[in-house]
Write a protein that binds this ligand. Structure first.
Ligand SMILES: NC(=O)c1ccc[n+]([C@@H]2O[C@H](COP(=O)([O-])OP(=O)(O)OC[C@H]3O[C@@H](n4cnc5c(N)ncnc54)[C@H](O)[C@@H]3O)[C@@H](O)[C@H]2O)c1
Ligand SMILES: NCCCC=O
Length: 337
């Protein structure tokens, strides 16, 4: 995510300070090494590691920082906006999400199952655009859920360095506890844990959470409304296209959304109706560096990647040059008195 900001900032002619997450600083320090190796002059890219309150907050409010481009949670984004506002400093915000995936009744069940799992469990569910709310047509729900569980059981959960690993640990002990707490709350609110819900039995160390599927969810439950940032999929059924769209848009967030159907006209209608910045048709998560990335509502504003990403670091300057020899003539010239 650091490169999504650093590359366009440097291409636009800015110098940049990259403040990585305190949980993932080393990759950004490696990026700095690569930049040094390819001859980027000293001082052009600077990496400032540290905690949010000690390193991030002072940076966001510093009078010599002209712009803040932030990726993180909506709660932190809101704090950064408040401090940047004191300096009338422009910001762009790539924040959290609770994205829907709608599966219609005309799909190939196995293909749809694989995209549904990939959309939510890829990178262990730690992806802002994870399609973590499944809306499945009621006529195929039972068979589709059966199929999902079968596919889920085949996911290899292991040390990410092991060949064939498809689900690794979440980023920290804190995040691990948070994900299990979400699952426990869902259970206590009356939802059913259809699959997973715990740490895998074969892994005794590491912050592993089983890929988890939760059904019997209502729209007021925490698991439906809040971002988990872990491998947890919650499921609701729908009867009509309108109902599916209403449920999909029933969120404060607006980052991603996916529709799976063999009817491309329907996909087009649903794409237009989604209140989200990034839409996938018959897939979920593929991401291209030429295409604009960003959300609406509490998922943030501004776009990264492609030409839109460059715009984030540019400011248009209007220049007017007076080119005739004639005087302006608005005031009476003293020479004519
Ligand atoms: N929209 C997107 O493109 C996108 C991409 C990736 C992640 N995300 C979101 O990021 C979140 C997960 O990342 P996280 O756990 O690192 O988020 P986070 O908000 O906890 O932390 C993000 C960064 O903000 C810093 N920070 C914390 N408090 C701060 C403060 N008061 N002032 C300035 N900086 C502060 C942290 O040190 C960290 O570097 C999820 O909500 C996810 O959806 C969004
Ligand atoms: N593939 C893009 C992911 C961005 C957010 O986590």
């Amino acid at each position: 995510m650091g490169a999504w900001k650093v590359a366009p900032a440097l291409a636009a002619g800015c110098t940049a300070i990259l403040k990585p997450s305190e949980l993932a600083s080393v990759t950004c320090l490696e990026l700095a090494d690569v930049c040094r190796e390819v001859g980027l002059p000293p001082g052009v890219l600077n990496i400032l590691t540290g905690f949010g309150t000690e390193a991030g907050a002072p940076l966001a409010s510093h009078p010599h920082v002209d712009k803040v481009a932030f990726t993180g949670s909506s709660a932190t984004g809101s704090k950064i906006m408040a401090s940047a506002a004191q300096m009338i400093k422009p910001v762009s915000m790539e924040l959290g999400g609770k994205s829907p995936i709608i599966v219609f009744e005309d799909v190939d069940l196995d293909k749809a199952a694989e995209w549904t799992l990939f959309g939510c469990f890829w990178t262990n569910g730690q992806i802002c655009s994870a399609t973590s709310r499944l809306l499945v047509h009621e006529s195929i729900a039972s068979e589709f859920l059966d199929r999902l569980v079968k596919w889920t059981k085949k996911i290899k959960i292991s040390d990410p360095f092991e060949e064939g690993c498809r689900l690794g640990p979440v980023v920290s002990g804190g995040q691990y506890e948070k994900v299990l707490e979400f699952i426990a709350t869902a259970k206590s609110e009356g939802a059913t844990i259809l699959s997973g819900g715990d740490c895998p039995k074969h892994l005794t160390t590491g912050f592993f959470v089983e890929p988890t599927i939760i059904t019997d969810v209502t729209t007021s439950m925490q698991i439906w409304r809040e971002e988990v940032f872990g491998p947890v999929l919650c499921v609701k059924t729908f009867g009509t296209e309108d109902e599916a769209i209403e449920l999909a848009n029933d969120t404060h967030y607006g980052l991603g959304a996916a529709v799976i159907s063999n009817d491309l006209e329907r996909c087009d209608r649903v794409t237009k109706a989604f209140r989200a910045g990034v839409v996938w048709i018959n897939c979920s998560q593929p991401c291209f560096c030429q295409a604009p990335w960003g959300g609406i509502k509490r998922s943030g504003f501004g776009r990264e990647l492609g030409e839109w990403g460059l715009e984030n670091y540019l400011s248009v300057k209007q220049v007017t040059q007076y080119i005739t020899d004639e005087p302006w003539g608005w005031y009476q010239s003293p020479a004519k008195l």
